[in-house]
Design a protein around this ligand. Structure first.
Ligand code: ZN
Length: 437
């Protein structure tokens, strides 16, 4: 049995905070303790109380840093590390000019293994302990990511993309091969270690109706799986989808007709939905995934975060980087840009709500809140240790900061990987173990 007792200022959420003063939604300990046993949180609370119950556990003292549940990134493309920061295009051109050529390189399994390793290294550097990731069309790319996550004992959700049209020949599967490859990957990787498989039709444009039926058949055969795809990111994409599926009432209807809406269905972007589409997501408890750095970078639009939350039939929302359309691996940078997108719509996102979203909120949206996202006993010990004094500029700003909410807002507004002092994955200090840390 391995036991560790972390000491620090601990913060986790019991529910979504209503506003910046809603400290009742927080569980905060100025001198907190988290007892970790065999990769799981055994107990958390005031340090004095926890140490009294485990006096012999070795203590790692992170004071005065904040210890929180690890960040969760609900949508990223691990195969796009070498696409990030590609100049001058909107979605469909960006895919054709940069992304598709890059993804063809993943026919080389060795390349896939290298990028999978670098990708998970980068997430750990940024304090992200769980990601819902898209692989390339190649089965080997998914094998590489799952194997790399298993070696680190990381909880990931991932799938090979299914795409059989409107892409270069080298990136196309077929309905049958996408079925066979997906079934084989589910059998091999779903539930192995902490890996979870997601059926991943890239989006309606790159899947034929026959392949959409295959996705439907896979979800029928495995109703406990996640499904992830893209929806309503950009006007040209929406128009092209309507051309390809002329019978559909709207873009969402395409996925609806193939039975792909549901509580474990993750729809990237959802920026330009009609009221009917938002109602369809709401009634099926589907999740919209807000990717602010990507939406700004590609000029796609401003996701109506607060409107989705407030409507009579609210839409569940997660947040994500969408690397490589997204421009940063950091969920702190992501929430900073989320704040600005929401501000451009004339609203605000308070810092308590923001850090709830990054942790428990995204865990709930991904239906993994029974495993991660809080500091409750029994959860997996995936944690991030944050230092609000990480840079000289943050340090001088901290001199004027009096409250926890202000500190969180500084971390989000000015923080990046330098503010991540440590990342724990299943109880193991993972950031300091990186070779270049
Ligand atoms: Zn994406």
């Amino acid at each position: 049995m391995t036991r560790t007792l972390l000491r620090g200022r601990t913060l986790s959420f019991t529910r979504r905070p209503e506003d910046v003063d809603d400290l009742a939604a927080c569980r905060f300990e100025e001198d907190g303790g988290i007892l970790i046993e065999n990769g799981k949180i055994k107990a958390a609370g005031g340090f004095a109380e926890i140490v009294a119950a485990a006096p012999d556990a070795p203590v790692i003292d992170h004071r005065p840093h904040l210890i929180m549940p690890g960040f969760i990134d609900a949508h990223a493309h691990f195969v796009q590390m070498q696409v990030l920061a590609s100049f001058g295009t909107e979605l469909l051109d960006w895919l054709n000019r940069y992304t598709f050529p890059e993804e063809t390189r993943f026919q080389d399994a060795q390349h896939g293994r290298r990028i999978a390793r670098l990708f998970l290294d980068e997430l750990i550097r940024q304090g992200t302990t769980t990601v819902a990731a898209y692989c390339s069309v190649h089965k080997s790319s998914a094998e590489a990511l799952f194997a790399e996550a298993e070696a680190r004992n990381m909880l990931i959700i991932a799938g090979k993309v299914m795409m059989d049209r409107n892409a270069p020949q080298a990136l196309r599967d077929t309905p049958q091969s996408s079925y066979d490859d997906t079934e084989a990957l589910i059998a091999e990787w779903h539930g192995r270690g902490r890996g979870l498989y997601a059926v991943t039709p890239r989006f309606a444009i790159t899947s034929s109706p026959e392949q959409m039926e295959i996705a439907q058949a896979l979800m029928r055969a495995h109703p406990d799986l996640h499904m992830q795809t893209h929806l309503s990111e950009n006007h040209a994409e929406i128009a092209f989808t309507q051309e390809l599926y002329p019978w559909a009432r709207d873009y969402t209807d395409v996925y609806e007709r193939y039975g792909l809406l549901g509580p474990k269905s993750l729809f990237g972007h959802c920026i330009h939905l009609s009221a009917r589409e938002a109602d369809a997501l709401s009634s099926s408890r589907s999740v919209a995934v807000f990717c602010p750095t990507s939406n700004l970078f590609l000029g796609s639009g401003l996701y109506p975060y607060q409107e989705m939350r407030r409507r009579a039939h609210p839409v569940r929302t997660a947040t994500a980087t969408d690397v490589g359309g997204g421009t940063n691996y950091s969920m702190l940078r992501t929430m900073d840009e989320a704040y600005k997108v929401i501000a451009l719509r004339g609203e605000k996102l308070d810092p308590l709500g923001s850090f709830w979203q990054l942790t428990r909120g995204n865990a709930e949206a991904l239906s993994i809140a029974d495993r991660v996202g809080t500091l409750e006993a029994g959860r997996d010990a995936d944690l991030v240790v944050l230092d609000a004094n990480a840079t000289p500029a943050m340090k001088v700003r901290m001199e004027r900061i009096a409250t926890l909410a202000e500190e969180l807002f500084l971390l989000q507004t000015a923080g990046d990987d330098r503010a991540v002092a440590e990342t724990y994955v299943a109880g193991r200090a993972a950031k300091s173990a990186l070779t270049d840390a």
